[in-house]
Ligand binder design. Structure first.
Ligand SMILES: [Zn+2]
Length: 154
């Protein structure tokens, strides 16, 4: 069964919206196993934790590895995230052996799954996840726009 990435993105969008409550940029991530079961989910907690690496993807990948049952390897899994991953998170997806990275909005300022770099599909790496972008991108972009507008006090 192909995981229902649209529904998973819906959940990731809910997580993203929650991050605003503690002052973090609204980004959410869900990790699915090959059957589409949710292994882990997380929101951006960089401000909440005071941790520069606490991006939603990293937190979700760490939690998924705890339950996936193959050590650090997340073979067969799909990472669903509301915004195109940065270099760190794209790198983490490759290192975790994620099969498929699905993201919402493009990030022209920091995206590393095709916008600025393409870490995920770099031919020099021996593992290259499949990438699908643009899933419910409008909803993700709207959350981010509203957040930054509020931050500027508009
Ligand atoms: Zn990141």
């Amino acid at each position: 069964m192909t995981p229902d990435v649209d529904a998973a993105m819906g959940r990731a969008l809910q997580l993203a919206a929650a991050a605003v409550e503690w002052g973090d940029t609204p980004i959410g991530a869900v990790v699915l196993d090959a059957d589409g079961t949710v292994l882990a989910e997380a929101a951006n907690e960089r401000e909440k934790r005071g941790d520069p690496t606490a991006h939603a993807e990293v937190l979700a990948l760490r939690a998924a590895a705890q339950v996936h049952g193959d050590g650090w390897r997340l073979t067969g899994t799909t990472l669903v995230v509301t915004l195109e991953p940065c270099t760190m998170c794209a790198g983490a997806s490759v290192l975790a052996r994620v099969d498929h990275v699905v993201y919402g909005a493009d990030d022209p300022k920091a995206g590393a799954a095709g916008s600025l770099w393409d870490v995920v599909r770099d031919r020099r790496l021996n593992h290259r996840p499949q990438v699908t972008g643009g899933v419910r991108a409008g909803e993700s972009a709207a959350l981010l726009r509203a957040f930054f507008r509020r931050q500027r006090g508009l």
